[in-house]
Design a protein around this ligand. Structure first.
Ligand code: CAA
Length: 287
């Protein structure tokens, strides 16, 4: 099945990245977000990224205009009901996601795949809110920045049909991504491996092993990471890192190795969420 129009529920960093990637691969993308400011930020991000791609001669001005024409922004899900694919990219909170999925199953046609970009929450649990449509629910986990990162982690829930899986793999490829399967265990593969490493960097900092800059330099220069773990935590969002650790702690037999470090919790409690709030482990110039 060739997907022509994707509805992306949530216009934050991930949702706007997914929409841009779809649009630059010839797929119409409509972002649905009740927050008008979020829609304005998504529009601005798309305009800037397409202009940058033109200035870098990756695409022509004409291709950028075609991509722009493939993007739209609405605040009511009903205005995206003609989409032939839907992917949710809202806050990493099971209750919020469940209420969005209930709405998605009411809004879209009965053959539309209902994918989630969750980074850690159980697909089976999420699908349980819409038992009649559980066969169409699947995890389609993109990585930030979506236009750059090649991976899509694909996670089947207990009820996910083979038709849903096959068409998800197809869509990922249509979007220029490489889909790789993972099983439905909290954190899947990516965050099961990545987050404890990031968390350990906070422990190392708190234990006085080294200052953040040096922890990051050591991991960049010694392990060839594009960003050190603490810089990456800011980039992902410290609140998101903490939430993912808690999803793994709760979902993996409350194993204490998945408890977020006290240092991470302290920063989140202070409102230091990383790049998006202007301060996390590091300070950022919001301009
Ligand atoms: N959108 C689109 N393109 C972007 C971008 C964005 N937000 N950010 C960077 N880019 C592009 C730039 O345009 C640039 O392309 P050109 O050189 O062709 O212009 C290219 O990426 C490199 O960017 P920069 O030169 O600005 O900077 P860089 O070389 O330091 O790379 C980076 C930036 C790609 C973010 C790199 O540092 C990196 O790969 N970091 C690690 C990112 C990572 O690990 N992501 C996964 C996070 S985990 C996750 O997302 C899932 C989860 O569940 C938490």
């Amino acid at each position: 099945m060739v997907v022509k129009k994707v509805a992306v529920i949530g216009g934050g960093t991930m949702g706007s990245g997914i929409a841009l990637t779809a649009a630059t691969h010839g797929i119409h993308a409509v972002i649905v977000d009740i927050n008008e400011d979020q829609l304005a930020r998504a529009t601005d991000y798309h305009t800037k990224q397409l202009a940058r791609s033109v200035s870098k001669e990756r695409i022509t001005q004409e291709e950028a205009s075609v991509a722009t024409a493939h993007l739209s922004y609405v605040s009511a899900m009903a205005d995206a009901s003609d989409a032939d694919w839907a992917v949710e990219a809202a806050t990493e909170n099971i209750d919020i996601k469940k209420s969005i999925f209930a709405q998605m199953s009411e809004t879209f046609n009965k053959d539309v795949v209902l994918a989630t970009n969750t980074s850690s929450i159980s697909i089976t649990d999420l699908a349980s809110i819409i038992p009649d449509a559980a066969d169409r629910v699947i995890g389609m986990h993109f990585f930030n920045p979506v236009p750059v990162m090649k991976l899509v982690e694909v996670i089947k829930g207990k009820e996910t049909s083979s038709k849903t899986t096959a068409s998800t793999l197809e869509l990922a490829e249509q979007m220029g991504k490489i889909p790789v399967p993972a099983n439905d265990r909290a954190g899947f593969v990516s965050n099961r491996v990545l987050m404890p490493m990031i968390n350990e960097a906070f422990h190392a900092w708190a234990d006085g092993v080294a200052e953040p800059e040096d922890i990051d330099s050591i991991m960049k220069l010694g392990c060839a990471f594009p960003m050190g773990p603490l810089r990456l935590a800011d980039y992902i969002g410290l609140d998101v890192c903490k939430d993912i650790m808690m999803v793994m702690y709760n979902g993996l037999e409350e194993n204490p190795k998945y408890l977020p470090s006290a240092k991470l919790i302290e920063l989140v409690d202070q409102g230091y969420f990383g790049d998006k709030s202007g301060r996390g482990v590091y300070k950022y110039d919001k301009g």
